[in-house]
Every structure is written in structure tokens, then in C-alpha cells.
Write a protein that binds this ligand. Structure first.
Ligand code: XMP
Length: 510
């Protein structure tokens, strides 16, 4: 295990992911954790993350007492680099010159960390303070124009640090730098997909024993991979429930019912609940109201199913596709404002007691995808872009009706098809298509006047959906989507593009 000590930057998760990309398992821990607690995890190496604060700021997070005396190889990044320098008798100064963005770095001495890397390279900087003097016994290995001490190391003590951010892609050789550190720390690359999948199957087998479990499938990759792992572990003692709320995109229900079952052999109960959801949504156009209704109806349907399954004997476990970022974010400190009430399909009914089985708790999204491939799930499911639990229900601005759903489903299918054809699937985080059902505009088609609805294309790029930018989809791809939608979907006579970043706009419109 490599511990990534989180000093409160959004970079800690990125660092943990990069470490795992080197096939070494990593875990994020808060900087408030004591050294004893850290040592109990038996770490092979420790990485101190960047952080938003200056080491001189009030309440600046400190390096846990005694960390540098443990003998565990440690790598400091940005704030972690400065905190290391300060704790060991070096000097950190407010130089008044900040460095942000791509910066040329000169390697003065390859040392251990820059072995085999070019002398001049571009690194990503983001700092106000600088290390003015390295602690005694440390070798300064790199500098930039503004920052004479941009990297240092003390190989005898196994301590290393860099001012720049090796974890971001803008740092040319960042991944190589991290890899060098992991190598000298003696971390072996054993975190491979096959091992991960086998270990988690084994862990589920131990946890569930000869008990039974249920799992709600949403059509998304997380619940599918979680279910596939549990199926491998306990076979038919897992029952999956798929509530088709009628708010899915074209072809998605079939994908779950047919392809997923064929690939995994999962025992599946499908509930066609479209009518029930549409009835509950009738006349409602307020977004939060819609979300609440969908969440509530979902839980009711799920509870009915659960009762039916329990008639065959007790069920003690509920499978959920919780991912590592959720675990970090819900355990980690301050908590963020609830912007929208997120509804997770498979949300735990409050009054029922289950033990949770969460086989993906240690995984990032890209790892879940690779696990899905390893398990042989349908590619369309494994590579499906994020899709909200309330589905198309929150992509129709206005009341949700089956006619409107049919219109949106067609337009969405065309957009997805054309974006895939253009090879943009992996570049685009997701592309909601939104129907402005209460808006009409005048158009002309052939010789006739039309009075139809607009749809909005909302293609975004993002790392984690917390922030996003609108994707610069090539004009000819947009033109093609627009032509096809307006030709093939009779009720739509206008296609518009959303060019708002997040913030201020959220990714979804509701
Ligand atoms: P927003 O619109 O908040 O969306 O920028 C961020 C990401 O979350 C997805 N999303 C949801 N996912 N249940 C979900 O499972 C929800 O209620 C929900 N609302 C939004 C959205 O698609 C985007 O990826």
C-alpha cells in the first residue's frame, strides 16, 4: 500500500489514481491521521499531497508528528514538498512571485528521481510560497527561473520532493517521476485487474458466507460490475432486480435484460414500471419534485420486489456499486453543499436492515471499467457514459409524458450514434440531450411552417463531474447531428448547443 496523505487539495485523488496506474495499490488518508494509525496500514511508501494553504497560514495542516522518522520512503508534492522542507529545518519563503501553469524546469542533477529523464522539461506549477533553502543533507535536483529549489532528495533517508505537480497530465514526465519514486521505494507492480477481480470475488465470498443477496441494477457500469462480481462469488444466491422506470435511453433496457444476463448468468427480475412512474410524474414540472418522485417510486417498487424475493427465504445483504471517490468524499471532512438531491438507483430503503456488500469501494471509475472488461460484460455497458439515476425524467424541461420521452429518446440516440461514429466517446465525458418541452419556435420545412421544440446538446469534458467544460465538438459533427435530428424527429425543428462550463452551469439541466 502507498498512502497518499491528503492536505486538502483536489489533487489527492488524482495522485492515488496515478499511483494505481503504475499497478501499485494506493489509499488516501487525511493529514489528521496519526503516524501510528498510518503505520498500522503497513505502507511501503507515503506521498504528501499538495494543498490549498501556505505553510504559514493559520490552521495550515501539519505533517503528522514523527512521520519522517519512520523510515518509510516519502515523497512530497507542492505543499507536501514545502511542509517536508519546513519540518526538517529548511526554509520556506513568501517570495512574492507565484508560478501557475506550464513552467520550464531544469534538472541540475538526475539524482534518483530524474534518472533517465531529459534535462529540460515542462512541469505544471501552482504555488505562492517557495522553498528558499533545502534542509541539511538534501541534494537540490531541479530548479525553474522563479524557484531555485524545485526538487530535492535525501536518498539515505528515503525522502524526496518536488514543487511541481507530477500527477497532472500537463507535467510532461510526471508519471515517470512518480514511477521512479515507487521503484526506489520498492513497490512492486502487483495491482493488476485480474488480481483485483479475483481478490474481490474472494472477499465477497467470505463476507456473504452462505447468505443471500439482492442488487438493484440501473443499466450503468457500477451496479453491473458489482453484481457480476457478487454473482461469481455466490452464484444464484444473488438476485438482481432491474426496475425499468421508462426513463432510460433507447436500447438500454434490452441491454440489461438480454446482453448482461447472457454475459454474466445473473438471476434477474425485471419490473416494467413505466406506467407507474409516468402516472406519478403526471403534471409535475419542478425538477426537485420530479427527482423526489422518481426516488420514492423506485424505492417502493424495489421494496415490493424484495418482499417477493424474501418469500423464498431471508436475504441479509444488499449489493451496491459504491466507488472509492464516494467513500473518500463522504468520509473526508467538510462535506460539500447539496446542489441537487442525487438519487442513486439502488438507494438504501431506510427502514430495512441489510448489510451492505460493496465490492467496488476501493476502485476508481476507470478501474471499474477495466474490471468490467475482465468480467466479460458487454462493451456498450462497460463504456457507457454517466447517466443519472432519474434518467430522461430530468432531461425533459417541463412535464414528463410518454410522447415527450419518445421524442427525446430518438434525438438522444442520433446524437450518441454520431458522436460514436466520430470517435469522440472517450473524449467526451457525457453528452446529455435535453428536450425543452415547453418551448416552441417557428421553423420551415419544405413549403410548410413548423412549430416545434428545440433540443439542447450538452457535450462536456470532465475528470470527475465536479467541474466540467463544454466540449469543442467539431462543427461538421454538430452539423450532422443537427441535420439528422431535425430530419428524423418530426417534433424537433431546432438543435442548440450549450456552451456553459460547470460552474456556473451544472451538467444536467435539472
Ligand atoms: P450535475 O448536473 O450535478 O451532474 O453537474 C453531475 C454528474 O452527476 C450525474 N447526475 C446524477 N447521477 N443520480 C445519479 O446517479 C442523480 O440524481 C444525478 N443527477 C446528476 C450527471 O449525469 C453528471 O454526470
Amino acid at each position: 500500500t502507498v498512502l497518499v496523505v491528503d492536505f486538502g487539495a483536489q489533487y489527492a485523488q488524482l495522485i492515488a489514481r496515478r499511483v494505481r496506474e503504475c499497478h501499485v495499490y494506493s489509499e488516501i488518508v487525511p493529514s489528521s491521521m496519526t503516524v501510528e494509525e498510518m503505520m498500522a496500514k503497513n505502507p511501503k511508501a507515503i506521498i504528501l499531497s499538495g494543498g490549498p494553504s501556505s505553510v504559514y497560514a493559520d490552521g495550515a495542516p501539519a505533517v503528522p508528528q514523527g512521520l519522517f522518522e519512520t523510515g518509510v520512503p516519502t515523497f512530497g508534492i507542492c505543499y507536501g514538498f514545502q511542509a517536508m522542507a519546513q519540518a526538517l529545518g529548511g526554509e520556506v519563503a513568501r517570495t512574492g512571485v507565484a508560478e501557475y501553469g506550464g513552467t520550464p524546469l531544469e534538472v541540475l542533477d538526475q539524482g534518483v528521481i530524474f534518472t533517465g529523464l531529459p534535462q529540460s522539461q515542462t512541469v505544471w506549477m501552482s504555488h505562492g510560497d517557495s522553498v528558499a533553502a533545502a534542509p541539511e543533507g538534501f541534494l537540490v535536483t531541479a530548479s525553474t527561473r522563479q524557484t531555485p529549489v524545485a526538487a530535492f532528495e535525501h536518498t539515505g533517508r528515503g525522502l524526496y520532493g518536488v514543487q511541481f505537480h507530477p500527477e497532472v497530465l500537463h507535467t510532461e514526465h510526471g508519471q515517470a517521476v512518480l514511477k521512479r519514486f515507487l521503484e526506489v521505494a520498492g513497490c512492486r507492480p502487483t495491482w493488476t485487474m485480474l488480481n483485483i477481480v479475483e481478490d474481490s470475488i474472494e472477499a465477497v465470498r467470505r463476507q456473504v458466507g452462505d447468505g443471500r443477496a439482492i442488487c438493484a441494477l440501473s443499466g450503468g457500469v457500477d451496479s453491473a460490475v458489482a453484481a457480476a462480481i457478487v454473482q461469481r462469488a455466490i452464484g444464484d444466491r444473488l438476485t438482481c432486480v432491474f426496475v425499468d422506470h421508462g426513463l432510460l435511453r433507447k436500447g438500454e433496457a434490452e441491454q440489461v435484460e438480454r446482453d448482461f444476463v447472457a454475459a454474466t448468468g445473473v438471476k434477474l427480475r425485471v419490473v416494467d414500471a413505466e406506467e407507474r412512474f409516468l402516472k406519478a410524474l403526471a403534471g409535475v414540472s419542478d425538477p426537485e419534485e420530479k427527482r423526489k418522485i422518481i426516488g420514492r417510486e423506485f424505492i417502493r417498487v424495489f421494496e415490493d420486489e424484495q418482499r417477493a424475493i424474501m418469500a423464498d427465504g431471508p436475504v441479509q445483504f444488499l449489493v451496491q456499486g459504491t466507488l472509492y471517490p464516494d467513500v473518500v468524499e463522504s468520509g473526508g471532512g467538510t462535506g460539500t453543499a447539496n446542489i441537487k438531491s442525487h438519487h442513486n438507483v439502488g438507494g438504501l430503503p431506510e427502514d430495512i436492515e441489510f448489510t451492505l456488500v460493496e465490492p467496488l469501494r476501493a476502485l476508481f471509475k476507470d478501474e471499474v471499467r477495466r474490471a468490467g472488461e475482465e468480467l466479460g460484460l458487454p462493451p456498450a455497458m462497460v463504456w457507457r457514459q454517466p447517466f443519472p439515476g432519474p434518467g430522461l425524467g430530468i432531461r425533459i424541461v417541463g412535464e414528463v409524458t410518454s410522447e415527450r420521452l419518445a421524442i427525446l429518446r430518438e434525438a438522444d440516440a442520433i446524437a450518441r450514434e454520431e458522436l460514436s461514429r466520430a470517435g469522440l466517446d472517450r473524449q467526451i465525458w457525457q453528452c446529455p440531450v435535453v428536450l425543452l418541452a415547453d418551448v416552441r419556435s417557428v421553423g420551415v420545412q419544405g413549403d410548410g411552417r413548423t412549430y416545434g421544440h428545440p433540443v439542447v446538446l450538452r457535450p462536456v469534458t470532465s475528470e470527475d463531474a465536479m467541474t466540467a467544460d463544454w466540449s469543442r465538438v467539431p462543427y461538421d459533427v454538430l452539423a450532422h447531428i443537427s441535420t439528422r435530428i431535425t430530419n428524423e424527429v418530426r417534433e424537433v425543428n431546432r438543435v442548440v448547443l450549450d456552451v456553459t462550463s460547470k460552474p456556473p452551469g451544472t451538467i444536467e439541466w435539472e
